[in-house]
Design a protein around this ligand. Sequence first.
Ligand code: RP5
Length: 168
Amino acid sequence: MSTPERAPLSLPVLDEFEDAGPLVGILIGSESDRETMDPALEELNGRGISHELRVLSAHRDPRGVAEYASTAALRGVRVIIAAAGMAAALPGVVAAYTDLPVIGVPLTSSRSVMGGLDALLAIVQMPPGVPVACVSVNGSRNAAILAAKILGQGGGYPGTARRPTAEL
Ligand code: RP5
């Protein structure tokens, strides 16, 4: 009996593994958030910490967020900074898919009805068991500094047992 030929595995997620990931992954919910993250990029550049920035919305591209978050650790990412405005679900959704530390940055948005307080509450009010750190509204520089401090801790603690993650 001949062995059936296997179709090549084609998963976009696997393409990512060809490149080693940076230490810090930065996600923003919209292109309109990009400028507010400049201080974080400057801080990480100044400290020589490798990073990448992706635009991924928890509401507009939930599968993309799940894919990024659930593979980030495998690519070498050690901390994720997730910034969003309005109903800022992004940091929480990222935290649902990874055991990496997630730092949320609530942002003001031109559409925001509460000047960023809406995003702050959305990020801060995570349910028990799924923590997300949170810096001040538009506090992207502090997010980068906190990420640097987390990276500076190195090993020593055996870490948490991997809990089941949500299905993609
Ligand atoms: C959030 O909605 C984004 O993070 C952004 O802050 C806000 C508005 O997004 P756009 O409508 O400008 O794309 O999800």
